[in-house]
Design a protein around this ligand. Structure first.
Ligand code: BYC
Length: 474
């Protein structure tokens, strides 16, 4: 497929052949840029950032590196190459030809799914807007901006689908994607986690590890969609998503590595001593992890969901890597949920598999999250420390699904509201923790220098050394 990189809107969808669509998107473009200037990264617009830009979707063109001023970044519309004669891979229409247009009966549901996905992209940029000022190094500053510009491109991807396939309603939804704002009292973002403030870099790494990973699973589910343009869009977005999770994974690893170094230097893991030495103590890191993991679990929706059942039945949204499953209809199977019994205990209930799709995907997500834990714990183990990071039970601190607002401890044991209130300072970041972490956040902008609370990365970006001048501030 040919890529028109030099068009006003770079694209590989032959935008030039559809003047109406092109004009509509060219009308949206200044509104996007306006939003970027107002609510995208604060300052740094004049800085030259060593960024990866997608010029096309092939292996040569999708990751082209060079210095770019962020407002000059070429936000484009790129869909993965079409698969010849692609068939629907799951649900009641299994085996039929995938759709190139939106079937009338699924129009509003598909639009809702695309809007929900699209809403998260600018939301995350808004959440991270002030972080540049407190970056621990030029390497991290560059990674933040890389994540931000790509989330901007992912917004473009969803806006393209809305404009190209949903007519006037789609155009209105595209406008509203720039009108809702993260944390806004009147017009908040749609999903809960995307209204949480990210005011320090520990939260940023947790977000890119846990919340971007929800993005991976949701995009993989949408990549299975019978609506082929959605599938192709998500497949290309996934190639960019991997780096975002890498930033989170290595970011948390580097914080833990530095913490271990300070524990060794001081000969203690006492949080007070650690904080005096300017490191982030392990219990604080664990509390941040508990917060972001539990929040991200909510993003999968209810554990028993008739919405999820009809998305699957109608072929709108599948399971990640659907080809790994034997039964693509999932019409006869059941899934067992562990639910609160209303008496302070737990009971099991079998529900139809299609209604349990959110839970099935959430369970795979939890297994994927565990991988990072293994790497971080290896650092502790290799240093001879007995402490380990862990994931709390998926029942802990939930606000969506059967466990919503049921107080439990970190093991998922139901407890009283009073006990939860009394112990939550052990489990979740306190105001004191947040104030301490914020007090460490001071921008380090000298080439090759690193803030004292985090270790340098093991390697740089695109074979450059880690002390490369990733951002030219002038
Ligand atoms: N907060 O049947 P239910 C990413 C709503 S992240 C607020 O239980 P369903 C990224 C739900 O919308 C991936 N509301 O759930 C990461 C529904 O409302 P309506 C984003 C919530 O529908 C980092 C109602 O509750 N993509 O890409 O089966 C940086 C009942 O819902 C929440 C997607 O999410 C919540 N946490 O599933 C940048 C994919 N959870 O419709 C980007 C598209 C549920 O009755 N979205 N609700 O008004 C979906 O597939 C589904 O909407 C959900 C919910 C999985 C989110």
């Amino acid at each position: 497929m040919e890529s028109n990189y030099h068009d006003r809107i770079p694209n590989n969808v032959d935008l030039g052949s559809n003047r109406t669509l092109q004009r509509a998107l060219e009308h949206w473009q200044p509104e996007f840029l306006n939003w970027w200037h107002g609510l995208g990264p604060s300052d740094f617009n004049a800085a030259e950032v060593y960024l990866r830009t997608a010029l096309s979707v092939d292996t040569k063109g999708w990751a082209t590196f060079g210095y770019v001023k962020m407002p000059d970044y070429r936000w484009g519309i790129f869909l993965a190459e079409p698969e010849t004669d692609r068939k629907i891979g799951f649900g009641d229409n299994f085996g039929q030809t995938a759709w190139q247009q939106v079937p009338g009966e699924h129009r509003s549901t598909l639009r809702r799914l695309i809007v929900t996905q699209g809403d998260t992209e600018p939301a995350s940029v808004e959440q991270q807007r002030l972080l540049g000022h407190t970056a621990p190094s030029l390497y991290d500053l560059r990674n933040l901006f890389q994540v931000n510009v790509e989330e901007g491109r992912h917004l473009w991807a969803m806006v393209y689908l809305l404009h190209a396939y949903f007519g006037r309603d789609g155009r209105e939804e595209a406008e509203e994607l720039l009108e809702r704002h993260s944390g806004d009292a009147d017009k908040p973002r749609i999903l809960s986690t995307f209204n949480e403030p990210i005011s320090d870099w520990l939260s940023f790494y947790m977000f890119t590890y846990f919340t971007d990973r929800d993005g991976k699973f949701q995009l993989k589910s949408l990549a299975e969609s019978s609506f082929d343009p959605l599938s192709r869009t998500c497949r290309f977005m996934l190639t960019e998503e991997a780096h975002h999770m890498f930033v989170g994974d290595t970011g948390i690893g580097r914080v833990i590595k530095r913490t271990i170094e300070v524990m060794k230097e001081l000969g203690t893991d006492d949080p007070v001593a650690m904080r005096k030495a300017g490191a982030i103590d392990l219990p604080t890191i664990q509390r941040y992890l508990n917060f972001w993991f539990s929040s991200s679990l909510d993003l999968f929706g209810g554990d028993s969901s008739s919405n999820a059942a009809s998305y699957f039945a109608n072929g709108l949204k599948g399971r990640p890597d659907e080809e790994r499953y034997e039964d693509h209809l999932a019409a006869e199977q059941a899934h067992t949920l562990e639910l609160p019994d209303g008496k302070g205990g737990v009971r099991s209930e079998q529900i139809p598999m299609r209604n349990a799709m959110n839970e099935v995907v959430r369970e795979s997500y939890v297994r994927d999250c565990e991988k990072g834990l293994g790497r971080w714990n290896k650092l502790l183990e290799d240093s001879g420390y007995p402490q380990r990071m862990f994931l709390p039970s998926p029942r802990f601190r939930r606000t969506v699904g059967s466990w919503a607002n049921i107080p439990t401890d970190l093991d998922g044991k139901p407890i009283s509201t009073e006990e939860f209130a009394a112990r939550q300072t052990e489990w979740l970041p306190t105001e004191g923790d947040r104030a301490y972490v914020r007090s460490l956040m001071k921008g380090v902008f000298e080439r090759g220098k690193m803030a004292g609370w985090i270790a340098p990365p093991e390697r740089g970006i695109n074979t450059k050394p880690s002390d490369f001048e990733y951002v030219l501030l002038h």
